[in-house]
Ligand binder design. Structure first.
Ligand SMILES: *Cc1c(COP(=O)(O)O)cnc(C)c1O
Length: 232
């Protein structure tokens, strides 16, 4: 895992916060209508602590295993100070990890097939936990990418509710890397609105301002805060 230079990470956090605020104004969004999720994947707890100290409370991780090695400790440190954190799973979930995911994460943003919906429903009942759930949409219909096809999303949302008893609060997407993200963000917002869903998680370091323009309520920003990652 990677170390970050803490002081510059704090400067970058502040600059991302400023950019979010400026984009809310520029695109006539309500003040504070966009929530920043700091994506800490690949960074060690020592790199995350200063970002927590700077007031950030919402974090995203894309691997259950990696998160389970970092976050119980950080949560415990916060609990000792009477504070809490909100941890989002933003990477693919295997059904055999559903139990770990429900135990560890406050939000699961990557519900994307019936098998996962079913496994989550059973773990939620068993553990009496109530994570906020988002459905991932593969807006570009990319064969290698997780998420529901836009044409299958409405029916999947109905099955989540009626067949599995799950409350889905919103949608997330990761647009194709080599296409303009705007139309993908617009499509996700359209699918969310027609299904009455209020939460829209989209936009990363390179395109979060466009996502805010197109209706994002949550942006997931990693490298613009923590610095470049090695590997993925
Ligand atoms: C890594 C990741 C991000 C953050 O990406 P950056 O470009 O570093 O901001 C956002 N969303 C998901 C799903 C990711 O895996």
């Amino acid at each position: 895992m990677t170390e970050a230079n803490p002081s510059s990470a704090i400067d970058r956090l502040q600059s991302v916060r400023d950019s979010i605020k400026a984009a809310e104004t520029r695109y006539e969004r309500q003040p504070h209508s966009v929530t920043l999720i700091a994506v800490s994947k690949t960074f060690e707890v020592a790199a995350i602590r200063p970002i927590i100290a700077a007031g950030q409370r919402i974090f995203g991780e894309n691997r259950v295993q990696e998160a389970s090695q970092k976050w119980p400790q950080l949560r415990q440190e916060m609990a000792a100070r009477g504070e809490d954190l909100e941890l989002h799973l933003i990477g693919p979930l295997q059904s055999n990890k559903a139990g770990d995911a429900v135990a560890l994460f406050d939000w699961i943003e990557t519900v994307d097939r019936d098998k996962i919906a079913k496994a989550l429903a059973s773990e939620i009942a068993k553990q009496k936990r109530n994570p906020t759930l988002l459905v991932q949409v593969n807006t570009g219909d990319e064969p290698q990418k997780a998420g529901l096809s836009p044409t299958e999303t409405d029916a999947f949302l109905v099955r989540c509710r009626d067949d599995y008893g799950l409350t889905i609060s919103g949608l997330m997407c990761i647009p194709p890397v080599n296409e303009a993200p705007g139309p993908h963000f617009a499509l996700l917002t359209k699918i969310a609105r027609r299904n009455g869903l209020g939460i829209i998680s989209m936009g990363m370091s390179g395109d979060f301002e466009t996502a805010i323009q197109m209706g994002a309520t949550h942006v997931r920003v990693g490298s613009a805060i923590f610095g470049a990652r090695l590997g993925f």
